[in-house]
Design a protein around this ligand. Sequence first.
Ligand SMILES: Nc1nc2c(ncn2[C@@H]2O[C@H](COP(=O)(O)OP(=O)(O)OP(=O)(O)O)[C@@H](O)[C@H]2O)c(=O)[nH]1
Length: 307
Amino acid sequence: MTGIQEQQEQQRCSFVAVLGAPNAGKSTLVNALVGTKVTIVSHKVQTTRSRVRGVCMRGGAQIVFIDTPGIFRTAKRRLERAMVSAAWGGLADADHAMLVVDVQRGVSDDTRAIIERMKEDGQRDVILVLNKVDLVERSTLLGLAASLNEEGIFGQVFMISALKEDGIGALLDYLSSHAPVGPWMFPEDEVSDLPQRLLAAELTREKVFLLLHQELPYSIAVHTDSWEERSDGSVKIQQTIVVMRDSQRMIVLGKGGVKIRSIGAAAREELEGLLERRVHLFLHVSVQENWADDRGHYGEWGLEFDV
Ligand SMILES: Nc1nc2c(ncn2[C@@H]2O[C@H](COP(=O)(O)OP(=O)(O)OP(=O)(O)O)[C@@H](O)[C@H]2O)c(=O)[nH]1
């Protein structure tokens, strides 16, 4: 056996689908598990778009978190339907399904819908993550755990506070010790890069929303096109902001480029704080009509188009 084969034999890799109602705390949880801010956390629901949200190494296992979009009960728009479909697609591909429940809200209609769907799918070994334990009394928590246990689909229950990073270690240990043997999806040295690229794109998207929220609908996307480490310790990042119409492009640019400069400055400042080094951020705005109906983008984000 060659050294490489031997190494691959020993590799373990687990795909973990993170499901839960909007605002259950999925993004906060993935951030806590991975150890970096990789997804936007906001009070607005339905902020999650990409599928692979974070990757971490633990006890020799690579754990790939698929941070599913919020499950919408009434998905009318095509993009929303695709997001719902992606959520279930992620579940089918995963080694483990993890259902995050906000214990303060209890079993909402969204959570109920997910549980019923999991039952229909014949899911048995779902990991139940009772989140936001910092917000409720112990008796409420135990009552909820007992009633959810009766659903008969949960193999493990973890009680955590993603925000306070309570109980995260135990959950990671469980995932790592139950990771099946298989090759890592990402080279070890890229594992740390991937969340950064996603993070950089999400940060810019967040700034666009913050600065232009009244003027722009939900129809923008941001891609990190290149990431170049420079010898002086700084990093050069190039990104494309994709909009659907030329009028939106003008809004993002602003008069004389004033808006795009503010967006870039705000994103760069936060990135520099997070990465602890100088960042050269180059933003490009591209019009791609009907990107929400464009198969290419769906593929890039891991969303299924045919829904
Ligand atoms: N008190 C408390 N708040 C939490 C905890 N986990 C998450 N939150 C808060 O709950 C809100 C929603 O968290 P997110 O992580 O954005 O939820 P999400 O499930 O990813 O939401 P979508 O992406 O919209 O589906 C945020 O304001 C978080 O700060 C927790 O353990 N305790």
